[in-house]
Design a protein around this ligand. Sequence first.
Ligand code: AMP
Ligand code: FE
Ligand code: FE
Ligand code: ZN
Length: 280
Amino acid sequence: MTIDLHAHSSASDGTQTPAAVVASAAAAGLDVVALTDHDTTAGWDEAVAAALATGTALVRGVEISCHSGGVSVHLLAYLHDPAAPGLRAALEGSRTSRLHRARLMVDRMSTDLPITWEDVLEQVDGEATVGRPHLADALVAKGLARDRGHAFATVLSTRSPYFVGHAAPDAVAAVRLVREAGGVPVFAHPRAVLRGRVVPDAVVEELAAAGLVGLEAHHRDHDARAVRELEDLAAALGLVVTGSSDYHGAGKANRLGERTTSPGALEVVEAAGALEVVRP
Ligand code: AMP
Ligand code: FE
Ligand code: FE
Ligand code: ZN
């Protein structure tokens, strides 16, 4: 069984439609894939239809942008009721703030660079959650960056004068909202030090006490030592360990199935969730 529990589509900052992500998962030989777009479940229905058509099982999920102190935390949530009001409102708030923030970053960039908000909108698929990857795509289209990675290393870096943060819920509050919605919260890439500061173990303990179910230990942004420490931490706190690609289509080097989750861990996730895995 090949199980990959973290992938993005054009409903957020992936480059493929939700149906194409599921088709790519089938082509890559995955048995199970999770669609986990940033702060939105807008891709779910299309992905369900594609799962039924291709034969790859689908876990419906979302990757929630959160904060803990000043540190950015990404929380995966699986199999929740998308109509649950608390979580729904939190995601809506993050998407609205992301839109304002993207416009502010374009305003700042436009004093030095020939880039407009219209250039960015050309890169955004409908109501997709807007993120820095869309700004990167606009910079590339204008010849101002080579690719997303180059844009992130320069103009879009958190250290850039053009960088603006966005509002997001506190991570402990988000774990509670996910559980209230019948979902299964898993801490995404908890030790991805290349992205910025990471939280200490004490925060993971707090999240576990609030209802966290798992740690995404197996992720390309973790070295072997980080994986080992996260496995130990998960064992100590009674959390499951997951592994995933964090696929973004052509927007990142991450390939579907490059890290995987055990069938036993998926069983724990499914048993704790309000929805079932879509099995064709
Ligand atoms: P944002 O949430 O808008 O601040 O943008 C962060 C998102 O950009 C992350 O969730 C990644 O999906 C993506 N990202 C971060 N670094 C890179 C990179 N070097 N190349 C491509 N995408 C990246
Ligand atoms: Fe992303
Ligand atoms: Fe993430
Ligand atoms: Zn992700």
